[in-house]
Design a protein around this ligand. Structure first.
Ligand code: ZN
Length: 335
């Protein structure tokens, strides 16, 4: 969602503007909100389509001339998208086609909807009496991200995170993900992995995609989060290298909570801050390598990935060496 926020803005504003004209050929084109997903669609596009159910709660439309806004799919009334509140019978009952724009449902004399047949339709009629009719003398319809009643000019990942994060579950894992001195891109990947929302193949299968389900790094097991990041041979090599460096016994994480416990364990030679720093760096590096292999057919040996992790950790500690928690970490990492 965070990664795709700017793309959503593009879809909502720029793609909609293609419809915002008087050329009839566009009138039959469906809105972004009801585009069907096709097998030939790109991965990014499919992700965007799947995130619509989340985004539609936050993207509000203000009607101007009514030429851009989809009558059924845009969030332009307090009733949420009308296709949700009135239902799929709505287009037939109100005699408003599924691809209608708001301007199609009125003329200079007023709204041209059929008489309401349901409570929700009645609420819609009532609401329409409270707003001015769309007309060509008004500005274009506009879209805003509205989060917790506050309007944002563009997509705000900070506001979205604040409203979507699972607060109740935050207690147990929060300190393993968000700690002072964390590298933001590493913390973000860790946070996404912690929620099991990285688009691993097992999750993509769950979304109905027809893909090879085997692990992108070893090709031996189903690619789920815990296998890919914890128990795949590729991951095991890196975790073992980390343990050797920290002078700790070899670890074998049987589940994600095992990893979180490991990051919170205090030890004189491997303080919790160092473990969190290392764990996030490892998770980030494995996920990056998996994507490189999958999308670019680039395979780098785990020994070289560990060298990269080593360099990242040294850089992170050096950059934060004046912070109290980081002062002794370099000697712990290098001994
Ligand atoms: Zn594997």
């Amino acid at each position: 969602m965070w990664v795709f926020g700017p793309l959503f803005n593009y879809m909502i504003y720029d793609l909609s503007s293609h419809y915002d004209n008087t050329h009839s050929q566009y009138r039959s084109t469906s809105s972004f909100w009801n585009q069907p997903e096709k097998a030939s669609d790109s991965w990014n596009w499919k992700c965007l389509l799947k995130l619509r159910v989340l985004a539609e709660n936050f993207v509000k439309c203000t009607i101007g001339n009514g030429r851009r806004a989809s009558f059924w799919f845009d969030n332009w009334t307090p009733l949420s998208p009308l296709i949700n509140s009135i239902g799929t019978d709505g287009p037939r009952n109100l005699r408003v086609p599924l691809n209608a724009k708001v301007c199609d449902t009125c003329n200079q004399d007023g709204w041209s909807l059929t008489n309401p047949r349901s409570e929700e339709s009645l609420r819609l009629h009532t609401y329409l009496t409270t707003i001015s009719l769309p007309s060509d003398t008004q500005k274009k319809d506009t879209y805003d991200w509205v989060v917790d009643g506050k309007t944002y000019a563009g997509y705000s990942s900070k506001a979205m995170w604040a409203v979507l994060r699972p607060r109740a579950a935050a207690v147990g894992w929060f300190s393993s993900v968000w700690f002072k001195g964390a590298t933001p891109r590493h913390a973000f990947t860790m946070w996404t992995a912690n929620l099991d929302r990285l688009p691993t193949k097992s999750r993509l299968l769950g979304w109905g995609m027809n893909i090879d389900p085997t692990c992108g790094l070893c090709s031996l097991h189903l690619e789920c989060r815990d296998h890919l990041l914890l128990s795949c041979d590729f991951a095991l090599f890196i975790w073992n290298a980390v343990c050797i460096r920290l002078q700790l016994p070899q670890v074998s994480f049987s589940s994600w909570p095992d990893l979180l416990d490991w990051t919170r364990t205090k030890h004189v030679n491997s303080p919790s801050t160092l473990r969190k720093l290392v764990a996030q760096s490892v998770i980030y590096a494995i996920w990056k390598q998996r994507n490189n292999h999958l999308h670019n057919q680039t395979y780098i040996l785990p020994s070289l990935i560990f060298k990269e992790i080593d360099r990242e950790i040294k850089n992170s500690i050096t950059a934060r060496r004046l912070k109290k928690r980081f002062m002794n970490l370099m000697s712990c990492w290098l001994h």
